[in-house]
Structure formats: structure tokens, C-alpha cells
Design a protein around this ligand. Structure first.
Ligand SMILES: NC(=O)C1=CN([C@@H]2O[C@H](COP(=O)(O)OP(=O)(O)OC[C@H]3O[C@@H](n4cnc5c(N)ncnc54)[C@H](O)[C@@H]3O)[C@@H](O)[C@H]2O)C=CC1
Ligand SMILES: O=C([O-])C1=[NH+]CCC1
Length: 358
């Protein structure tokens, strides 16, 4: 028998790119919804007297484009941060579909992180009102999923808030005041900016000029503020290296963090609801990523007042019974919106993608 090919986490990280991962995940979601993919319920082995779990996630696919027989094995050890290890570690085994011979073992940790964020991107694309704006992104949590979601969402969407600077000099205006006014639900923010800071030799400004100022708004809240702050600094440093300076703001207060958000991503294991319906902006889209026997990151009112789609109905019915028992109604799988068999939610509604994972 040929030797088993091993692919390391570093090798995987080098070949992943967002466009390919997002389109592969969208295709997989459609294959799941059209029942072309064989995706059985995953088995969950909980290690007694701990919070630690081993998941086995087998699957089979045979389409014009690809054939694969595989199994992802995932460990979820929530206290691994203390050991400087990720909470979630994964390996993927690929078998020859004719002989059953194990051919490849590849690291699945990086794939799990990217795949999960790509699923949220796809859900946001297909559930959120096409005409709505993307100004503010709020992320709840500051671990692996929070970070990869921040990167994926910045790649795919432009969360940009526009404010306008009115250029002044000492002759035309005496005071450095700021003003803001509202028209409909659009807030128009006007800042008074001294001419000296806005004029370059190439780009001459005059008093009275109105200059748009674009700022990328990403809010991050974590139960320990410091961890959120560290993540914001890290993301800011990375965006500077890429030459696209973006603003990441850590928040002490969760309501402040999410109340203006157009998209919210929750990435914790909280069994006590964090997001409250009364804080939400109409039409917000939420990706609820945290998963576990008792995890419930959104309050009941949020679930009950929203259109909720999921990635895999059978899996959700099996694993998220605690949500169904509270009266949460899962309207369908994202794959059925992507392939056009289910209409997109209508505009103005709050939408939720409840992610389970594969
Ligand atoms: N839906 C899916 O496909 C996937 C879901 N997950 C889930 O996403 C969640 C996050 O995973 P990772 O980022 O890898 O974990 P992580 O350990 O790297 O980060 C967890 C974050 O949640 C916060 N947190 C934990 N318990 C909390 C609580 N009770 N209240 C408030 N904040 C709390 C921590 O402060 C930390 O910021 C987990 O629930 C995990 O099971 C992970 C991978 C795939
Ligand atoms: O998709 C996945 O690998 C997981 N979902 C929840 C924990 C791990």
C-alpha cells in the first residue's frame, strides 16, 4: 500500500485563500441541501468530569466536480488557552472511495477556522438585504473564531462609515466644533477639520471644502476586556502591514458594541444569552457561531423575532434541541437560499444564521 500522505497545518495555511474557501463552502452548503452530500449526524464523545469533547464528522461526496470520502476528527478542549493551545484542534482523514484505503491525513485546525468563517460570510451574503449598507461589524468574543471572522469579513465586505470633514481656517471659522445631523435613518456626521491637517501639496484644500472621510468600523467585545483589546491591536497591526489601515475598537460594554451594528457575529461558548433583542438595530444580520450542548448566545426574544436559517437541519435538530425546546423555529438551510429554492428573507427583518459546523 502506498504511504499515507500527510499535510501539515503550515502547508494548508499557505494554500487557503478566501475566494476559493467561500465558493467551496457555498457549493458544499448546496450539496448538503440537495442531499448530494452524505452528511450523517456527528458523534460526540464527551470526556466525563471535564468540558472536553471529541467529535467525529464523517461525510461522502460524489459530484461532477469532486469525489471524497472522509472524516474530520475534532477535539474541543475549552481550557486549552491556558496551555497555549487552540480550544479546537482538528484532523481530516481522506480514504480511497473504491478500496477504503486511508490516503491522506491533513491538519483540519486551519480548515475548521476558515470554513466556519466562510459559512458565516455565505450566510450573510444570502440572508442580508441586498440593498442594505454595511457600516459597522460587531464581533462578540476574542478567540480563534473571532479573529478569523474579522479577517474573512473584511476581505469580503467593506464595512465603511462615512463622515464629512468641513475644512476651516482661523479666518473663516473661529471654533473647532463638531456637528452631526440626521436624515431618515442615515446619520450625517460632519467634523470641522483645520486646513493645516487636510491640505497636502498634491491635494490642496480650501476653507469651506467638504471632504469625505471613510472609516472602517469593527467593534469587538470580550468578557475580559484585555483580550478584546489585544485582538484589536493585533488586527490593526495586520491591516497596517497590508496597507489598509482599519479601525478595530474594543468595548467594555456589550450593548454599546452591538447597538449600531449592521452585522453581528457571536463566537463564544456562553450558556447565558449575551445579545439582547432590545439592543438590536432593525434589519441586523447575526451569525451565531458558538456551539455546545447548552450554548445560547442570543436571548429568546432575538431568536423568536428573527428569521433563523441553519447549515444542516438534521444536525441542528439533533444537537440544538435546547433551542428548539425554547420555541426557536429553524426556517431552513442556507443551501436552499443559495440554490434559489427558498426566497431570501425580506428586507428589514432581523436575520440569524445559526451555525453548527461540519
Ligand atoms: N459553528 C461552527 O462551525 C463552529 C463553532 N465553534 C464554536 O465557536 C465558539 C468559539 O470557538 P473558538 O473561537 O475556537 O474558541 P476560543 O476558546 O478560541 O474562544 C472562545 C471565546 O469565547 C469567550 N467565552 C467563552 N465562554 C464564555 C462565556 N461563558 N461568556 C462569554 N464569553 C465566553 C472567551 O472569552 C473567548 O473569547 C465555541 O463555542 C466553539 O464550539 C467553533 C468552530 C466551528
Ligand atoms: O465544525 C466544527 O468543526 C465544529 N463545530 C462546533 C465545534 C467544532
Amino acid at each position: 500500500m502506498a504511504a499515507i500522505k500527510q499535510i501539515t497545518r503550515e502547508a494548508i495555511a499557505k494554500i487557503l485563500d478566501w475566494n476559493s474557501v467561500i465558493s467551496a463552502v457555498e457549493e458544499a452548503m448546496v450539496n448538503v441541501s440537495e442531499r448530494r452530500a452524505v452528511q450523517n449526524l456527528r458523534s460526540i464523545t464527551a470526556i466525563p468530569k471535564t468540558d472536553n469533547i471529541l467529535f467525529a464528522m464523517p461525510g461522502y461526496l460524489n459530484t461532477d466536480k469532486s469525489t471524497a470520502l472522509g472524516c474530520k476528527l475534532v477535539t474541543l478542549f475549552p481550557n486549552n488557552a491556558q496551555r497555549n493551545l487552540p480550544s479546537i484542534l482538528a484532523n481530516i482523514l481522506l480514504f480511497n472511495e473504491n478500496t477504503g484505503v486511508l490516503e491522506v491525513i491533513m491538519d483540519g485546525t486551519e480548515i475548521t477556522a476558515w470554513r466556519t468563517a466562510a459559512a458565516s460570510v455565505a450566510a450573510t451574503k444570502y440572508m442580508r438585504d441586498v440593498n442594505s449598507q454595511y457600516k459597522t461589524l460587531a464581533i462578540v468574543g476574542a478567540g480563534t473564531q473571532a479573529k478569523i471572522h474579522a479577517i474573512a469579513f473584511q476581505h469580503q465586505f467593506k464595512f465603511v462609515k462615512v463622515s464629512y470633514n468641513i475644512i476651516w481656517d482661523f479666518i473663516t471659522l473661529a471654533s473647532n466644533s463638531c456637528s452631526s445631523s440626521s436624515s431618515g435613518d442615515e446619520e450625517l456626521v460632519i467634523n470641522m477639520v483645520p486646513i493645516s491637517t487636510n491640505s497636502t501639496r498634491k491635494n490642496k484644500r480650501h476653507a469651506g471644502d467638504i471632504v469625505p472621510n471613510y472609516s472602517e468600523e469593527v467593534h469587538i467585545w470580550n468578557r475580559t476586556y484585555k483580550k478584546g483589546e489585544i485582538l484589536c491591536e493585533e488586527l490593526h497591526r495586520q491591516s497596517k502591514i497590508q496597507g489598509t489601515t482599519k479601525e478595530y475598537t474594543p468595548f467594555q460594554n456589550l450593548e454599546e458594541c452591538i447597538k449600531d451594528a449592521d452585522v453581528i457575529i457571536t463566537t463564544t461558548s456562553s450558556p447565558i444569552p449575551l445579545v439582547q433583542y432590545k439592543w438590536l438595530k432593525p434589519g441586523v444580520h447575526i451569525n451565531a457561531v458558538g456551539v455546545g450542548e447548552a450554548v445560547m448566545e442570543l436571548d429568546e426574544e432575538t431568536y423568536k423575532s428573527s428569521v433563523v436559517f441553519i447549515d444542516h437541519l438534521a444536525g441542528v435538530e439533533h444537537e440544538l434541541r435546547h433551542l428548539a425546546e425554547k420555541g426557536v423555529v429553524f426556517q431552513g438551510e442556507i443551501g436552499s437560499i443559495i440554490n434559489g429554492t427558498t426566497p431570501r428573507p425580506s428586507s428589514g427583518q432581523i436575520t440569524i444564521f445559526q451555525s453548527l459546523g461540519t
